[in-house]
Design a binder for this molecule. Sequence first.
Ligand SMILES: NC(=O)C1=CN([C@@H]2O[C@H](COP(=O)(O)OP(=O)(O)OC[C@H]3O[C@@H](n4cnc5c(N)ncnc54)[C@H](OP(=O)(O)O)[C@@H]3O)[C@@H](O)[C@H]2O)C=CC1
Ligand SMILES: CC(=O)C(=O)O
Ligand SMILES: [Mg+2]
Length: 413
Amino acid sequence: MSDFRQRALDYHELPKPGKISVELSTSAATVDDLALAYSPGVAEPVREIAADPNAAYRYTAKGNMVAVISNGTAILGLGNLGPLASKPVMEGKALLFKRFAGLDSIDIEVKHRTTEEFINTVASIADTFGGINLEDIKAPECFEIEKELIKRCKVPVFHDDQHGTAIVTAAGMLNALEIQGKDIRDIKVVCLGAGAAAVACMELLIKCGAQREKIYMLDRQGIIHTRRKTLTEHKALFANNTDKRTLEDAMDGADVFVGVSGPDLLPPEALALMAPNPIVFACSNPDPEIKPELAHEVRNDLIMATGRSDYPNQVNNVLCFPFIFRGALDVRASQINDEMKVAAVEAIRSVSKMPVPEEVLKASNSESLSFGKDYIIPKPMDPRLCKTIASAVAKAAIDSGVAQLNELPSDYE
Ligand SMILES: NC(=O)C1=CN([C@@H]2O[C@H](COP(=O)(O)OP(=O)(O)OC[C@H]3O[C@@H](n4cnc5c(N)ncnc54)[C@H](OP(=O)(O)O)[C@@H]3O)[C@@H](O)[C@H]2O)C=CC1
Ligand SMILES: CC(=O)C(=O)O
Ligand SMILES: [Mg+2]
């Protein structure tokens, strides 16, 4: 067994199995404490909440609690391995919520037969939480699930693989284009993958100025084009009126490659076909579409990013979901809308241009980091991310009319 594999297994097993636990937030030492916490005292907040559901924010942990919910149908790039196997990833997301944004989070893995059954299950428990983070649910079901749950739930529902990934990709891409001297309105984009992450990433890049007809999206059958039959609704939005059919056809002269598909799917020969000063976001986890070492061997003019922590330029939704929920929950937003997403993109971009604090250099084993080809996006452990993104998101929620609280928390300024 490789050393890293054993270390990863030990990390999850020891000192006790898993990565999260529940801690008490108040005293439960004496008879008097128990009389307040449980019977008879607990009846008082029960009555308050029965009279006014908003009182749950005052008397329970709801307002600082996010559920991470999956059915395990698209676990990272590992595929459909079922709900239970997704648990380490979902516990991991809960760990990241707590570590980076101080949000309490619990993972819930749902076994279901139909999409409707999944939707009903989540809708039935949604009120317990301040927000719902959907994770690793495959396309095309993820689109209907999110749309229906947004309609049915009073708390924000956010499919992280769609929007968290899109926000971080857009932030990193706008920065990378600036460094490579390319205009988003002119770029030819290849997107390998046509699922949850791909569709949302390309839609957000289009909102940022990319042209739909210059995007070539590929699935397992090659380029999605207008003569293909039986395309799903979301793939059809990207059907390109082209004679190109293969990845190599699409890569010829491309400025940007976004990989949200699977491991080692970008051959070096295809990378060699790209235009000068290309941008390659090989975001599949845990193994990217091309290994950075190999990509740098083929091109010395590229900007290279992956979804992993152990290479420069980690384009990963961890840079978004803890902070976007922090901002949304702090003003009790009823949803996470486009205004809040765009605010998050700009906030992430702004942190990447600030001088990097010593503690971040230390945590990332770097001697220096400054905005450039190997630092297009901040490191997740940058303590400025939380305040910068959360406050931008909370302000956008207030300005766009979806916040129930119309003032930022006092510690934001
Ligand atoms: N870095 C980050 O932050 C994130 C990275 N990702 C990564 O993106 C990938 C996809 O995730 P997600 O969108 O949630 O999953 P989905 O299951 O929704 O989509 C997967 C897509 O990849 C395509 N695909 C798979 N294998 C191939 C192949 N051999 N050739 C071409 N296309 C292929 C599928 O094609 P088809 O439609 O034909 O089945 C499908 O369109 C994963 O590797 C995941 O780790 C996801 C979210 C965040
Ligand atoms: C990062 C992530 O959410 C994924 O790879 O699915
Ligand atoms: Mg995911």
